[in-house]
Design a protein around this ligand. Structure first.
Ligand code: IVH
Length: 667
């Protein structure tokens, strides 16, 4: 290699770094994309390859840091140089006026800045000579945790500022709705518990030790405080502009007010605006604009007296409760459901909401015909909060039904429990829901057997029990004549059903719909017992000895397997050839056990999710990005930058055929 070439590479690395950073800034900070995804990916791939080859020329603000790849052992403690205070709250106009009066007592002339209160987690960022050096959580305000590596993956966080200054900047890390929905969808497919709201998701993500996971969760941030801003500017309005100039992402909705009246009007606007924003906000932060007044107004032990947060009331809506209907779940539990006059709430139209159980309705005295308040519990599930009593006319108190809405058998409410159960073991309603659950994505994952298909087949008499699923192939000739089905669709369905016989034992046990046995408990059971027969034979004492299993779950398992109908079902499933064992041994001995994989490109024989499941079943782990901890990259066609990175790092690359041979232990 001649010297000139190396110089060229150094220049090329610099050029790519600058171009990609500029594109990143325009896309993520300014929300004004200027480069196509194609060009972006191509340049990033080229930069990754060059940096691998000439690591000495990698620049401190290289965009390749944004993809993660670092695995931490723990989060170190950080003592904040300037404590991170909290804010006082006001909840209505009169409290806001009182806040303003307190200021007016000490100051003659002042202005306010209103800003959106972003609902995420507060972070302190440190820069030395304009270079990003540390990010820390708020913690208790004095001591937080070092989240530098995780913060580095946030695309709108500048690694180099436009000025070479030593500063601390504060802001809020949040998860945009789009990322939140995607993350939760993914968790649903992996049977993981869902995040209740974007704030929890952001906080949970920042607690990840694997920065690649953080990178793919697409967090974002807004900055709003420049610590010791008075050294550079004289008020908050200028500080926000200066933060923007330095390269930070600043929320565009901030306004200056010279009267409290205009501030109050503005809050109403913010309350409308927030419903249209792609991220969560929980109020408006009101700050005295002029820095020279801050000291005069002063501080309490916890919060400045020159600022406060006007908290929005959580979104609620009022609508008419048209009726209360009852749903029967797979375990026979009857749930009352509110049938509502459709109403728009937090981004979607709601026409049904949960009423939980009889006690919930009677304690709150909710009556059919009432106008009710509803909200989204945990920001997701619509729930009736209670009746608006002023608007009640002559509605009659609610009376719980005493027979099953589907089979009309008597309902039973056990002592000490709030749920009613249908007592008919043959209840078709129960069966239908059991069938839907059994076939669902989270259980046996029978691709074409969704809720609608189950309902249709059930109405036509083809599906009455779980084992009937495996008898459908004997009825192909009749099934193809059902409108909307046809030969191709039925063949696909039969193939999916046949394939489901190989599904793992934990999914099968989860699919059976044993009360209190969710995906996690099912997995624990198979890990402890290894086979359906052993789970079935487990004694109460044995079961409660497993740390994650309590008396309630153990009783439910014993009850399930001692039921004659369930025993018959298990025997039938065995006869159909379903997978009844969990092969721990083969996992331990398999070459993939303990190995880390990255999947890239299009695979022919299965989806990437399926390949990931195979790997996990054999004891391997699947990660998102390639690093020196990656053992194998499984590459399909059109593989991109991950493949290039794997090649430069010398990671073993498997094509699909080799992968399959390895799976079967034939290499
Ligand atoms: S200023 C002295 N501005 O709200 C505290 N905070 O409840 C100065 N927050 O810890 C904070 N958006 O995490 C400020 N535009 C904004 C904000 C904001 C969200 C959070 C921040 C703070 C909490 C206070």
């Amino acid at each position: 290699m001649i010297l000139g070439d190396i110089m060229d590479y150094q220049a090329k690395i610099k050029e790519l770094t600058e171009k990609i950073n500029q594109a990143n800034y325009e896309y993520h900070t300014l929300d004004k994309p200027t480069m196509s995804d194609y060009d972006y990916d191509r340049m990033l791939r080229e930069l990754i390859a060059l940096e691998e080859k000439y690591p000495a020329y990698k620049l401190p603000d290289s965009p390749t840091q944004k993809v993660g790849g670092i695995i931490l052992e723990r989060f170190e403690k950080v003592t904040h140089q300037t404590p991170m205070m909290s804010l006082s709250n006001v909840f209505n106009e009169s409290e806001l006026l009182a806040f303003d009066r307190r200021i007016a007592q000490v100051i003659d002339s002042y202005s306010y800045i209103s800003e959106l209160k972003i609902d995420g987690l507060a972070v302190n960022l440190r820069y030395i000579s304009g270079k990003f050096v540390q990010a820390a959580t708020r913690g208790n305000g004095t001591v937080g945790e070092d989240i530098t590596e995780n913060a580095r993956t946030i695309k709108s966080l500048p690694l180099i500022l436009t000025e070479k200054i030593d500063v601390e900047v504060r802001g809020e890390i949040y998860m945009p709705h789009k990322s939140f929905n995607r993350v939760n969808e993914e968790r649903l497919t992996h049977n993981e518990s869902l995040f209740a709201n974007p704030r929890n998701a952001a906080a949970g993500t920042m607690r990840q030790l694997d920065t690649s996971i953080v990178a793919k969760r697409h967090l974002d941030m807004f900055c709003y405080t420049l610590v010791h801003a008075e050294r550079y500017v004289s008020n908050q309005e200028e500080a926000l502009k200066y933060l923007k100039h330095l390269g930070f992402k600043v929320n565009p909705y901030f306004h200056k007010h010279t009267t409290v009246q205009s501030l109050i009007e503005d809050i109403a606007h913010y309350d409308d605006l927030r419903k249209t924003l792609p991220y969560d906000t929980d109020g408006v932060v009101i700050k005295i604009n002029e820095f020279n007044l801050h000291e005069k107004i002063g501080y309490t032990a916890k919060a400045p007296k020159w600022a406060t947060a006007y908290k929005f009331s959580p979104e609620q809506a009022q609508t008419k409760l048209k009726d209360i209907t009852f749903q029967i779940g797979r375990t026979g539990v009857i749930t009352p459901v509110a049938e509502l006059e459709p109403v728009f709430l937090s981004g979607s139209t709601i026409s049904r909401a949960t009423l939980h159980n009889e006690d919930y309705i009677t304690t709150k005295d909710i009556r059919i015909g009432d106008i009710v308040n509803i909200h989204k519990a945990g920001e997701i599930i619509p729930e009736v909060i209670g009746p608006v009593l002023d608007k009640r006319t002559n509605q009659k108190p609610f009376v719980m039904i005493d027979e099953c809405p589907v089979c009309h058998a008597a309902l039973l409410r056990k002592e000490g429990e709030s749920d009613y159960l249908c007592t008919n073991p043959e209840c078709p309603g129960k069966h239908m829901n059991r069938l839907i659950h059994f076939a669902s994505r989270v259980a046996m994952d029978i691709d074409t057997l969704g809720e609608k298909v189950v309902e249709t087949f059930h109405e036509l008499g083809f599906l009455n029990s779980i084992s009937d699923i495996y008898r459908l192939k004997n009825h192909v000739e009749e099934l193809v004549t059902i409108p909307g089905f046809g030969q191709k669709k039925i063949e696909k369905l039969v193939a999916a059903i046949e394939q489901s016989k190989q599904q793992t034992l934990d999914r099968l046990i989860f699919g059976l719909g044993i009360k209190h046995v969710g995906a996690k408990v099912a997995k624990i059971l198979v890990q402890n017992y290894g086979s359906m027969d052993d789970v079935k034979a487990a004694s109460f004492d044995e079961l409660v000895n497993i740390p994650e299993i309590g008396e309630m779950i153990a009783t439910s398992i014993i009850t399930f397997f001692s039921d004659r109908n369930n025993q018959k079902l298990i025997d039938e499933l065995r006869a159909f050839g379903l997978n009844f064992s969990y092969d721990k041994q083969s996992t331990i001995n398999h070459a993939f056990n303990g190995k880390t994989f990255v999947l890239t490109g299009k695979l022919k024989q299965f989806t990437r999710t399926e390949a990931a499941e195979i790997i996990e079943k054999l004891g391997g782990k699947v990660s998102e990005s390639v690093s020196n901890k990656t053992d194998y990259v499984l590459a399909g066609s059109d593989a991109g930058s991950k493949l290039t990175k794997a090649e430069t790092l010398g990671v073993t690359i498997l094509d699909e055929a080799t992968f399959l041979r390895e799976v079967h232990g034939k290499n």
